[in-house]
Design a protein around this ligand. Structure first.
Ligand code: HEM
Length: 348
């Protein structure tokens, strides 16, 4: 999507190639996504992201308990154990690929625990999720349907067994196929962005040694550093398309009924009318909500869990290794819609 890269932060413009409005301003994204004028665009999958109205609200309510403040707090000990186990694999003075050794195991481990998937399935699920993610934003490779079949096969068995976790609590309240669809979405939507966000935050810190030193001296700044990396290196650069359910006006533009609207979260998070010096990683800037978790009815249901995984991973990494630096250039995910490292080798 080269048109996305060419869109300036703050802009709202029609893109003939994508046949959609590209919305790259913070205020226009917020306005569009909280308005009832825009609904899920047809053509997507029949999961939460493709639903609207009462059906969407009901399904969101069914999963909300899994990501409540209490549920997230209850996960703290297991996340600590998972992060410690990952860091135990790193030799002081050696090289450590943050993505393979820390970010993915922590993100997928948490998803398995929340959903009630045995931890032994996490390595295979990680490989499958990475294959699906690699095909995002481009035509699917023949391997993708096969991978999805395997994931669904594993999830169907768990649904039939009525084990614990969110899968267990959804079983019986939705039909079995709907539970598989929901679990698959949560697995992919939960693990991939979280792994990339952990990588982005680590990378931002090692690329700014003065800031890294400050965060080590004042651990209270870590939360602000994480928020800034979420904003600046927005993992989900482009949201799912919305459709105008009726003719509407958006910041002076006339949107026709059925026009598609694409929220460009990454560009809008660098909108200078919202964030002064938007390209600067500034841990002292006044907290203003960013769009890294989306906005409105389809906003991420689990920012609290994501923030916990980020905070524990980064805090423990810094505690364990007092001299962290890049061991080699990171490799970034090659996608117009997601942003983050594929490989992040650090010297510990
Ligand atoms: C740092 C990590 C994460 C980031 C940056 C992130 C970002 C986002 C964004 C931007 C959206 C809205 C997409 C759109 O407008 O099209 C979204 C939706 C969603 N996210 Fe997250 N997310 C993260 C972690 C998680 C986790 C941990 C889970 C669950 C376990 C999760 C589950 C979902 C689901 C199910 C949706 C669709 C919601 C709906 O359509 O109603 N995400 N996320």
């Amino acid at each position: 999507m080269p048109e996305v890269a060419r869109t300036e932060p703050g802009e709202v413009r029609w893109c003939g190639e994508l046949r959609a409005w590209l919305v790259a301003g913070h205020e226009p994204v917020v306005r569009a996504l909280r308005s009832a004028d825009y609904v899920a665009a047809p053509g997507g999958s029949r999961n939460l992201q493709g639903m609207d109205g009462a059906e969407h609200a009901r399904c969101r309510a069914l999963i909300a308990g899994g990501f409540s403040a209490g549920a997230v707090a209850a996960l703290v000990p297991s996340v600590g154990v998972q992060v410690a186990a990952a860091l135990d694999r790193a030799e002081p003075g050696g090289t450590f690929d943050v993505m393979r050794e820390l970010a993915w195991p922590v993100a997928m481990g948490a998803m398995c625990r929340v959903l009630g998937i045995p931890a032994s399935a996490a390595p295979a699920l990680t490989g499958w999720t990475q294959e699906v993610a690699a095909a995002m934003g481009s035509p699917p490779t023949p391997a993708v349907p096969l991978v999805l079949e395997r994931v669904d096969g594993l999830l169907s068995r768990l649904v039939a067994e009525r084990r614990g976790g969110l899968i267990g609590s959804l079983a019986g309240r939705l039909d079995d196929q709907a539970v598989v669809t929901m679990a698959r979405l949560l697995l992919f939507a939960g693990s991939h962005p979280t792994a990339l966000a952990i990588g982005n935050a680590c990378l931002a810190l090692v690329q700014h040694p003065a800031l890294l030193g400050r965060v080590r001296r004042q651990p209270g700044l870590l939360a602000a550093a994480i928020e800034e990396s979420l904003r600046l290196e927005t993992v989900i650069q482009v949201g799912t398309p919305r459709r105008a359910a009726r003719a509407a006006s958006l910041c002076g533009h006339r949107i026709r009924e059925d026009d598609h609207v694409l929220p460009l979260y990454g560009r809008a998070n660098r909108d200078a009318s919202r964030f002064a010096h938007p390209d600067r990683l500034d841990v002292t800037r006044a907290r203003r909500p960013h769009l890294a978790f989306g906005w409105g009815r389809h906003a991420c249901p689990a920012p609290g869990l994501a923030r916990l995984l980020l905070r524990v991973s980064i805090a423990r990494l810094l505690d364990r290794f007092p001299r962290l630096e890049l061991a080699a250039a990171p490799e970034l995910v090659d996608s117009p819609v997601t942003r983050g490292p594929r490989l992040l080798p650090l010297r510990t």
